[in-house]
Design a protein around this ligand. Structure first.
Ligand SMILES: Nc1ncnc2c1ncn2[C@@H]1O[C@H](COP(=O)(O)OP(=O)(O)OP(=O)(O)O)[C@@H](O)[C@H]1O
Length: 216
């Protein structure tokens, strides 16, 4: 599904990714780990076509994510570490997602409800006025409703309370089937039951890439 070939990304003279080679295939559920500045976010952003590789390439189902941006982004759901400052209210946001990504509105409500996010009472509230945890829940609900074959979560539980984290892990586990999920995380303990592969990066390189037991 995702092929990363000899990928180097430089910002000025600094190599954020240094000749990375890795494949992510169907039913790979990956914890992507490593210290601050290791290159995890740069790898993800390059996979999604936000950054041009300095050398090497990325292919998503054989497609170049920069040249086939719209097609590639339709396959991917991404929940960032810091939610974007969306000015739309929840009603407008849901309408936008429904039309632009062909997502069933009812599914967004379903997943939000499972995460204990009450959308109905907040329909007229701007997304950016929600609390950090509510924003994260909304983005997770959208990512699950989108039913993408690739889901990328960058520290998705950072703002969630312990109950919401448990709800998140349960929903993810129920949804893992024939997809690729990448969880950028500093806490392997938290994701160990929902991943089957652990990749550790440092200084722009993949240092270890191990299969894990976990999912049944
Ligand atoms: N847009 C950018 N412009 C310049 N340098 C950047 C840019 N994005 C990332 N870098 C640099 O690339 C290196 C890797 O950063 P990256 O954000 O990929 O690390 P990370 O592993 O995701 O870290 P963290 O755990 O802190 O989120 C860092 O030295 C960072 O300063």
């Amino acid at each position: 599904m995702i092929k990363v070939l000899n990928l180097t990304k430089k910002f000025a003279s600094h190599k954020s990714l240094d000749n990375v080679n890795v494949d992510f295939n169907k039913d790979d559920y990956i914890a992507l780990m490593g210290p601050n500045g290791a290159g995890k976010t740069t790898l993800i952003r390059t996979i999604m076509g936000y950054y041009h590789p300095t050398y090497g390439k990325v292919l998503i189902d054989g497609k170049n994510p920069i040249k086939k941006r719209t097609e590639v982004l339709s396959l991917v759901s991404f929940v960032p570490q810091l939610p974007p400052p969306i000015k739309l209210n929840l009603e407008e946001l849901i309408k936008y997602i429904e039309v632009s990504s062909n997502v069933e509105k009812e599914l967004i409500f379903y997943y939000a409800n499972e995460l204990k996010l009450d959308i109905k009472s907040n329909l007229k509230k701007s997304f950016f006025k929600l609390s950090g945890g509510m924003k994260q829940k909304m983005l997770i609900a959208i990512s699950l409703a989108k039913k993408s074959s690739i889901i990328i979560y960058d520290e998705p539980t950072a703002n969630l309370d312990p109950k919401a984290r448990d709800d998140f892990y349960r929903l993810i586990k129920d949804n893992e089937n024939g997809k690729v999920s990448i969880f950028v995380t500093h806490r392997l303990e938290e994701v160990k039951d929902i991943v089957n592969r652990q990749i550790y990066m440092d200084l722009g390189k993949i240092i270890t890439d191990e299969k894990m037991k976990g999912l049944e």
